[in-house]
Write a protein that binds this ligand. Structure first.
Ligand SMILES: Cc1cc2nc3c(=O)[nH]c(=O)nc-3n(C[C@H](O)[C@H](O)[C@H](O)COP(=O)(O)OP(=O)(O)OC[C@H]3O[C@@H](n4cnc5c(N)ncnc54)[C@H](O)[C@@H]3O)c2cc1C
Ligand code: SF4
Ligand code: SF4
Length: 396
């Protein structure tokens, strides 16, 4: 068996022991005793036949492991073990340096939090660095759809990558690296560019091993143009996953505030879909401030209109609509000072900021004003929120 391995497991806390999966599996990979229903990692070939027949969804659990959990271990479980942090050991100093370069890129992107970020206490454990430049994984493009309208001045694409039989265990808020083909001016392969995952952990389509990205075409940009030009069926070299702090709390009561511009909406889409699938509308609440030049330039403008208000409260603001005053996310935040002031002081309120680096200043100033209104020093409040895993910034 190749390692690390993506192991198919069953959640013993949710499973109702109806054995439909066992009767469905064409390889007899599923068996049971008086306690649990379990999957034999030696036999399961990820055919997915058992996923749609399970009435509880307990069959759709996956962990990336270096050594597969044995049947004996699975029989003894009362609950599923958490995903352990797994990092690939490539044993190559040059490649270790590249992993460090990726880590530095992420640390730079998180600088706006004012210090070293921490993951929310209830967040699932992420897998990181499973694939790198020396050992990338091949994904197949399942679809590439333009999100911004044809006449819009920005081109943003929604790309779906299918990892087929290969494990790609991503959590919402993580990024993956894409390696553009060819070499740079020095004849070295292009370094991977990071892109936030915009689909939830169980796939763009629930139960499928696929991941979506939200990529903006940059003029003269090597990787963004490569990605935006990909066609269905093309293969792509991928590294990652990366990022261990910009993660969603698993606590359904957690309140989430998302502030984003442009492709910064990618992780926010993943968060929203995760909440919708895992907890539904009965949750602590999600609010989004989303800025773009105009509705035509706002990725996911159409689909967002279909998201119910009791799942996600949306404030879409535009800075370049003819005949309308310019409005930025911070302007709208300042219209809600009392609510945001209360939110910042709630130990269960989590803030996520993502988008172009330029947005940090205005959003920071708005928070400063809001904090002043509740007689709190913003820097102290931000630092304590960050320590509690409640304040997250990813800008690039
Ligand atoms: C944590 C993180 C998450 C990210 N998530 C996303 C995401 O979800 N979606 C997204 O779209 N991006 C995201 N990015 C940005 C992404 O990683 C790339 O930086 C971006 O796509 C540009 O890469 P590129 O290879 O196209 O541009 P590069 O080739 O690296 O060029 C960089 C810049 O230089 C300019 N340039 C290059 N050559 C020339 C030239 N000859 N003349 C003039 N200008 C030139 C380009 O315009 C470009 O803006 C993220 C970055 C980080 C760090
Ligand atoms: S994925 Fe396929 S092989 Fe694996 S347990 Fe389910 S039905 Fe059996
Ligand atoms: S089909 Fe689902 S609920 Fe039924 S035994 Fe299998 S895992 Fe459990």
């Amino acid at each position: 068996m190749n390692t690390p391995l993506k192991q198919h497991l069953i959640d013993p806390e949710v499973c109702i022991r109806c054995y439909t999966c066992e009767m469905t599996c064409p390889l007899q990979a599923i068996e049971h005793d008086d306690n649990n229903v379990v999957v034999n990692a030696e036999l399961c070939n990820y055919c997915m036949d058992c996923i749609p027949v399970c009435p509880t969804g307990s069959i759709d659990e996956w962990r990336v492991v270096n050594n597969a959990y044995s049947l004996e271990e699975q029989y003894s479980w009362e609950e599923l073990p958490e995903q352990q942090e797994i990092a690939a050991d490539n044993g190559d100093a040059d490649l270790d340096a590249l992993d460090e370069a990726m880590a530095k890129l992420l640390a730079d992107a998180h600088q706006g939090a004012g210090g070293k970020s921490k993951a929310p206490a209830s967040a699932a454990k992420p897998t990181i660095n499973l694939y790198n430049l020396g050992k990338p994984v091949e994904a197949v493009v399942q679809g590439n759809f333009r999100l911004t309208e044809d006449g819009a001045d920005t081109h943003v694409s929604h790309i779906i990558l299918d990892f087929q039989g290969h494990p790609m265990p991503v959590l919402e808020g993580q990024s993956i690296g894409i390696i553009a083909p060819g070499t740079d001016g020095d004849g070295n392969p292009h370094l991977p560019r990071l892109y936030s995952v915009s689909s939830p952990r169980d796939g763009e389509r629930s139960g499928y091993n696929n991941v979506s990205l939200t990529v903006k075409r940059e003029e003269h940009g090597i990787c963004s143009n490569y990605v935006c030009d990909l066609k269905k069926g093309d293969t792509v070299s991928v590294t990652g996953p990366f990022g261990a702090t910009f993660l969603l709390p698993d606590d359904p009561e957690a309140r989430i505030m998302m502030i984003c511009t442009g492709t910064g909406s990618a992780p926010m889409r993943a968060f929203t879909m995760r909440r919708q699938r895992a907890v539904g509308s009965e949750n602590g609440g999600m609010t989004m401030y989303f800025g773009a030049r105009s509705p035509e330039n706002l990725p996911y403008h159409g689909p967002l209109k279909k998201v119910p208000e009791n799942l996600l409260k949306q404030y879409l603001v535009f800075s370049r609509v003819e005949g309308m005053p310019k409005e930025y996310v911070q302007d709208r935040m300042l219209m809600h000072q009392a609510e945001i002031g209360e939110f910042l002081q709630d130990p269960n309120g989590y803030v996520y900021i993502c988008g172009l680096r330029g947005m940090e200043e205005g959003v920071g100033e708005a928070f400063e004003k809001i904090a002043k209104g509740i007689n709190v020093d913003w820097t102290n409040l931000r630092d304590s929120m960050r320590e509690e895993g409640r304040y997250h910034v990813e800008t690039y």
